[in-house]
Design a protein around this ligand. Sequence first.
Ligand SMILES: [Zn+2]
Length: 391
Amino acid sequence: MKTNPQPSHLSSSETARYSRHILLQEIGVSGQEKLKASKVLIIGVGGLGGPVALYLTASGIGTLGLVDFDQVELHNLQRQILFGTKDVGIEKTAIANERLNEINPHTQIHTYPYKVTADNALDLFSAYDLIIDCTDNFPTRYLITDAAYLTGKPIIHGSLFKFEGQVSLFHPHQKGPCYRCLFPNPPAPGSVPNCGEAGVMGALCGIIGSFQAMEAIKFIAGFGESLLERLLLVDALSMQFQTIKSKKNPHCPLCGFDSKITHLNPKDYSQHCEIDMQDQTENNDYPLEIDPSEATHLIENDSNVILLDVREPMELQICCIEKSICIPMGQIEKRLNELPKDKHILAICHHGMRSMNVTQFLRSQGFSSVTSIRGGIDAWARQIDPSLQTY
Ligand SMILES: [Zn+2]
């Protein structure tokens, strides 16, 4: 399988621009020409995708694809260094395109301002040599894993959670495991918050994103020892780095001998809430989700209703609704016995995603009367109680 593209020649201004690369024996003119000939697709132009795109553009990657359906929001700016204050409300890929063009007009940028889906992933991936996974949710990560395998493309994986991050190179067609060899199936709904719901360290995004960019450059120019068959674990709190060996799983559902995944089925990559919503609204009198105003009405008029706050202790210190039971989402599974099955539980979190995960999880555990509060405490503060501090 072809992994490295054919070199293409450098102009004199490119040679001057990349001279500090070219002076490195491991890169030289030929390595720089390989970078110029390469096509790299970055999925997710946020905390990780920003530094990856900035470094790859400055490094002279020939063609860079950027996939992101989102617009810049104020709370992105703490870590998404491609964007500035004036960009709030504008499509991320459009701002990124402009900014990256300023950095290096020799890099061709293609933007895809939509979600990567089971319907478009194979076509999208086919046009590139290397995929860089900078997403922050499990359904998309599994979709990228499967689509890259089916199109024969390597993936540079990066992810983070609070103060920890991980990086690896997956290229099962050549050697070593795929992401599914290590993590065969997505985690159970409700067991893991995504970065939108947990806190994220801005500088850690920079560390992990820079490692991904470094791995991409090594892979394309063909030098050094890659993270193939190795998973780098970074703990930014103790500043400890660990590299663990990762092995192919012969029974992997994707790249194993008896592979079960031979095409992309959209149902396999739906957000958990979409799948479960259909299954769970049947035969249930309680709605899956209600607005803060409906929730207030229920709390005031129905003594059978209790409020379950599933945010983290740090968040509770910022604001909290009186008389809530507080159990962080990650502890729900262990503390089920603290929850009454005969009450109508209204679950609340910051924006409504964790509470929806918990609602589905509790329903799967036999709690039939559980409802998530739409928009979380943030919406509650805006619609019901402006004295609550927002964050
Ligand atoms: Zn595998």
